[in-house]
Design a protein around this ligand. Structure first.
Ligand SMILES: Nc1ncnc2c1ncn2[C@@H]1O[C@H](COP(=O)(O)OP(=O)(O)OP(=O)(O)O)[C@@H](O)[C@H]1O
Length: 425
């Protein structure tokens, strides 16, 4: 068994919080050392072994402790208790501007950062062309860093961090301020590092990026490791948590769950969502879940079998119900849609006071990575002539992140879909 490249034992980071600056002063001046602060654990009891060549994504809500953990690994902050042992050269992109002296030029900062990592001026001169061409900020390289835009700062920081042959590359969400083209360039560079066997720690709120780049993910919440494992699984459960506040404990049961054993999907109330229609029938709840695992579908791959369910309350008779779903991309462009007419499914008339569930079972089309929504509707009539009873816009939101490279960019629709209607009351 090899030694971990990063070994963390019982790491905690406690900050002293004061209600006002005066309290801080009182504590500093108190003759008997009276405490005026309360303690806040930004990290608590973290144990982690990172093996050489691993690519790990850190996910978690705002304020969870992700950046604090990276700062403890890079030595920017000292642990309150516990230990961090690093057996390799770290190159880190922490928060914006960290590691730069704002008063000196970008070029001098390149040498300054190189020196911190143990590179002489001559050694940095040999890397300079590559760094300048990657950063691509032109003559601004001779201006003080304090005059840089956030995008320029991150360009230079990434150019330096990625050209100093690190054993461990740490990237803390910094890329989010770069423009799309630069972001793509950085992600390609990170991929090159991964292929070379560099250990990469990557904080991101973008689940598709974590799934794409990292085999393993760590979910951090309130300063503790909530879950660690296969990135696809961890991201899925974290996305679920963010959507439904569901913590992944084996015994946890969400408030309203499916009836069949082993499933964890939930109904979502959509009565307050943006909608249109004459409301003779009203869609009250929806659910979207993985047909195989029964877990709520928040993060999917093209080709996965999924179920979209709606619950409809009938207020006035609907003679010829038509039920439909439309999947739209983040720009609202229709990508895929089916309805009961298209599926040649004749739905029996629905009468006042009845409640029906409608279940659409389909394979997620092979759509490219991104954010999508499902709009669902019930109408009355024929394809040519119908009235809209209720359309619920963006009834669910989900992300697609394909592991298969070809489907990250292209969309392939398949027509396989099934629809079942049940009267439940
Ligand atoms: N110097 C500090 N003094 C007091 N509290 C701090 C300090 N630095 C961080 N914290 C607190 O520690 C907690 C963890 O912060 P951290 O920046 O690690 O979160 P994060 O998971 O990276 O969040 P985000 O996703 O928003 O970047 C937060 O509640 C933050 O307010």
């Amino acid at each position: 068994m090899h030694n971990p490249i990063i070994k963390i034992r019982d790491l905690s980071k406690v900050y002293k919080l004061y209600d006002s600056p005066a309290e801080r002063l009182k504590e500093a001046l108190h003759p008997f050392g009276k405490k005026y602060h309360h303690e806040f654990y930004a990290l608590q009891g973290i144990n982690l072994d990172v093996m050489s060549g691993e690519t790990i994504g850190l996910v978690g809500p705002n304020g969870a402790g992700k950046s604090t953990l990276l700062k403890a690994i890079t030595g920017v902050i000292a642990p309150t208790t516990g230990s961090v042992e690093v057996n390799g050269k770290i190159s880190a992109l922490l928060e914006l501007g960290a590691g730069f002296n704002p008063d000196i030029s970008g070029l001098e900062n390149v040498y300054f950062n190189g020196a911190i990592l143990g590179f002489s001026r001559e050694a940095m001169n040999r890397k300079l062309d590559e760094i300048l061409s990657f950063a691509d900020i032109g003559d601004f390289i001779h201006q003080p860093v304090k005059t840089y835009s956030s995008g320029m700062m991150v360009r230079l920081a990434f150019a330096v961090a990625s050209n100093v042959e690190p054993d461990i590359l740490i990237v803390d969400e910094a890329l989010s301020v770069g423009d799309s083209r630069f972001k793509q360039k950085c992600l390609r560079k990170i991929n090159e590092f991964i292929n070379k066997g560099v250990t990469v720690l990557f904080v991101s709120h973008d689940m598709p990026s974590v799934k794409t780049f990292c085999r393993k993910a760590i979910w951090i919440g309130k300063g503790k490791i909530i879950e660690m494992g296969d990135s696809k699984e961890v991201c899925k459960r974290f996305a679920n948590f963010m959507a439904y506040d569901m913590v992944p404990t084996k015994t946890h049961k969400p408030a309203v769950t499916a009836t069949s054993a082993g499933t964890t999907w939930q109904w979502q109330d959509v009565t307050m969502f943006a909608s249109l229609g004459d409301k003779r029938a009203v869609i009250t709840r929806v659910a979207f879940y993985d047909a195989v695992t029964g877990e709520s579908a928040e993060l999917l791959e093209g080709g996965e079998s999924v179920v979209f369910m709606i619950e409809v309350h009938i207020k006035e008779q609907v003679l010829q119900p038509i039920l439909s779903i439309d999947i739209k991309n983040s720009l609202g462009i229709l990508i895929f849609g089916v309805n009961s007419i298209f599926l040649e499914k004749e739905v029996a008339k629905m009468s006042p006071a009845e409640i029906h569930t409608v279940k659409f079972s389909f394979k997620m089309p092979l759509i490219k990575n991104g954010d999508y929504s499902i709009t669902t509707a019930i109408s009355d009539g024929t394809y040519q002539c119908h009235v809209q009873n209720h359309i619920v816009h963006e009834a669910v939101i989900f992300q697609v992140a394909n592991k298969d490279l070809q489907f990250r960019h292209y969309t392939v629709i398949n027509k396989e879909c099934n629809i079942e209607c049940d009267r439940i009351c």
